[in-house]
Design a protein around this ligand. Structure first.
Ligand code: MLT
Ligand code: MN
Ligand code: ZN
Length: 305
């Protein structure tokens, strides 16, 4: 399985257009040791020809330009290697990119009915896209199933979706959580059995089927905030990590403490907010991620599983 991280920042990217926090200002002025990042998006493939996007960020145009495998195949006047798109939720940073892919043939999008409803009632997304490329929704399978091409042929990947807790996006009228608002995915390479666990938004490890944590080869994980009150401490907002549905990385109950105990070969943080101190590659927070055998993901990071 090929895994290519197209974007590793949380909503807003890094630096964020209107932000002068220590990190954003520092990056703009070249005074910190950190890399710019586009918004959270991953591409995976079992055969190197058919690619699936895991969420689709508003930076998708630039992300396709950065990764030749997603560019139009040479033999076709128009075309794409993007075979399907799997959504974990209806968040804007995970779904707005759909509108930017409207010039092609119908998009094949895997999303739960709750996510579909949220995108349709809140953004009029499906009717809007119907006037352009068209959109074919697919209900994600809750048990191990082949991830197929639209014509039914195999791609070398299997997948399954599982529910995780977390809030619906702010634009949805009904603010109460409902089943299917958020899912995680696990992908399996049909040939070698290697597995990837995809959880760019995570509020609790309790949501993850226990055996996945002990029997996966790679984990892409929520790295939004280092600490619970980071937005307030950085003077850019007053919502806490928990209120936003994100488990902080640091601290005794943070994700890193748990991650350090897991026998997964590749443990990689993504969806990293621009305020997070682990973005600074000379910070103690960055060092503690590395010493837990985990990685602060960056745009362009690739895995071959
Ligand atoms: C999140 O990940 O919490 C959201 O993207 C925040 C937002 O709505 O900007
Ligand atoms: Mn987000
Ligand atoms: Zn910032």
């Amino acid at each position: 399985m090929y895994v290519h991280l197209l974007g590793t920042a949380a909503g807003g990217g890094f630096p964020q257009w209107n932000c002068n926090c220590i990190n954003c200002h520092g990056l703009r002025t070249g005074k910190i040791c950190a890399r710019a990042r586009t918004q959270s998006c991953v591409a995976i493939s079992g055969d190197g020809c058919h690619w699936f996007l895991l969420n689709v960020s508003p930076d998708i145009r630039e992300q396709i330009a950065s990764f030749p495998a997603l560019q139009p195949p040479l033999h076709a006047r128009r075309g794409t290697a993007i075979t399907g798109i799997l959504l974990t939720d209806a968040d804007l940073d995970h779904s707005l990119g759909l509108l930017l892919l409207r010039e092609g043939t119908p998009l094949h999008v895997y999303a739960t009915s709750s996510i579909r409803q949220t995108l349709t009632s809140g953004l009029n997304l499906a009717p809007t896209l119907q006037a352009y490329s068209g959109l074919c929704w697919h209900e994600p399978s809750c048990s191990l199933a082949p991830l197929l091409c639209p014509d039914g042929s195999a791609t070398g990947l299997l997948y399954e979706a599982f529910p995780v807790s977390g809030h619906p996006p702010r634009f949805r009228e009904r603010a109460l959580q409902q089943p299917g608002d958020r899912v995680g995915y696990r992908f399996t390479d049909e040939q070698n059995g290697k597995t990837l666990l995809f959880l760019p938004g995570l509020s609790s490890f309790e949501d993850i089927p226990h055996h996945y944590l002990y029997d996966s080869h790679a984990l892409l994980l929520d790295g939004t905030f280092w600490s619970e009150y980071e937005m307030e401490e950085q003077q850019v907002g007053n919502t806490s990590a928990t209120q936003m549905g994100h488990l902080p990385v640091g601290g005794p109950f943070g994700s890193l403490a748990r991650l350090a105990t897991l026998p997964i070969d590749h443990k990689i943080y993504m969806h990293i907010n621009n305020t997070n101190p682990m973005l600074l590659e000379d910070s103690p927070e960055y060092a503690s991620v590395r010493s837990a055998q985990a990685e602060v993901g960056w745009d362009g990071l690739e895995l071959l599983l």
